[in-house]
Design a binder for this molecule. Structure first.
Ligand SMILES: C[S@@+](CC[C@H](N)C(=O)[O-])C[C@H]1O[C@@H](n2cnc3c(N)ncnc32)[C@H](O)[C@@H]1O
Length: 294
């Protein structure tokens, strides 16, 4: 059975590696906690042939709308953050052979100016993956104290000039657009950085708006509990803060101890090949780690 995939503008990263290391097999159940535009889901379901045993989660209503063809084939769609969705699956006593988390934003988040994620496209200061949640980037930028902004920019952006940026944001607010905010950040940073001056600040605000690291930290042990015996869990991360959390939690549960619940599927993280990078630059920072339940 060929699972139909709708045309979308998100190119899935590390697709072949996900198939190789998570090794979906005929009849397997599948939990995709960041289903996005369904690229990974489509490839996995092509192998499991059981859309009725698939649960596809995303906190973005636009992504969920793009996944409806999977529902027509029997998959369950859940519009929710992955922590609540995984808790719900756990409370129902569910277990899965394959669990995949492909973290972070999708290409439409970055490409659609109105979503407010991108400093290169002028839009409102939004950055919410789930547009029903009240907290958006404008609230953080316009109402948080200088100390709070500095903490967010330093901790989530790893930006050494966080204090100067926070001070400038507070001195020039209110702010309403991504271009305006990017210009404030640029004005206090020295020229000559390799990346756009606003990159780290925007990453920090996005992580804070969507509470990305805390949700990941809490969800990882739950995903491990949701694995069926011999089930495989893969996590694709896009920056070192995420990858560090994944590495730590996997190390806690996997290892040489006789009572370890998990085994590592590969030694170090898997990254994209030069071929993949040539057609999908978004894969540049992607790292896949995977574990198997004993
Ligand atoms: C990189 S994209 C996934 C792309 C997907 N694997 C594909 O092949 O099309 C990440 C998706 O995860 C969603 N997401 C990020 N954090 C989430 C969370 N905590 N809970 C649920 N969905 C989340 C985003 O809305 C986005 O659609």
């Amino acid at each position: 059975m060929r699972i139909h995939q709708e045309k979308n503008e998100h190119v899935s990263v590390l697709l072949q590696q996900v198939l190789e290391y998570l090794d979906p097999r005929d009849g397997d159940s599948y939990l995709d906690v960041t289903a996005g535009y369904g690229g990974h889901a489509s490839a996995v379901l092509d192998r499991t042939h059981r859309p009725d045993k698939a649960v596809l989660v995303d906190r973005d209503a636009q992504a969920i709308a793009a996944l409806h063809h999977f529902a027509e084939q029997g998959a369950s769609l859940v519009h929710s953050d992955f922590l609540s969705a995984s808790n719900e699956q756990h409370n129902q006593g569910k277990q899965f052979d394959i669990i995949l988390a492909d973290l972070g934003v999708s290409s439409p988040h970055l490409d659609i100016a109105a979503r407010g994620f991108a400093f290169r496209r002028n839009g409102p200061l939004d950055m919410r993956m789930d547009q029903t949640q009240p907290l958006d980037a404008a609230t953080i930028v316009n109402t948080y104290s200088e100390d709070e902004l500095q903490w967010i920019i330093r901790t989530y952006g790893e930006e050494p000039r966080a204090r100067a940026i926070a001070r400038a944001i507070v001195a020039t607010r209110p702010h309403s657009s991504t271009a305006e905010l990017a210009e404030v950040v640029r004005s206090v940073l020295p020229n000559g950085r390799k990346i756009h001056p606003a990159t780290k600040t925007f990453q920090a605000l996005r992580i804070a708006v969507n509470d990305e690291l805390e949700l990941l930290r809490q969800a990882l042990p739950l995903w491990i509990r949701l694995l069926a015996p011999h089930g495989r869990l893969g996590v694709i991360s896009f920056h070192s803060l995420e990858d560090r959390i994944v590495k730590q939690v996997f190390a806690e549960f996997a290892g040489d101890r006789y009572d370890a619940e998990l085994a590592h599927v590969m030694k170090g993280p898997i990254t994209a090949s030069a071929d993949e990078l040539a057609f999908n630059p978004r894969a540049r920072s992607a790292k896949l780690r995977a574990v198997v339940k004993k």
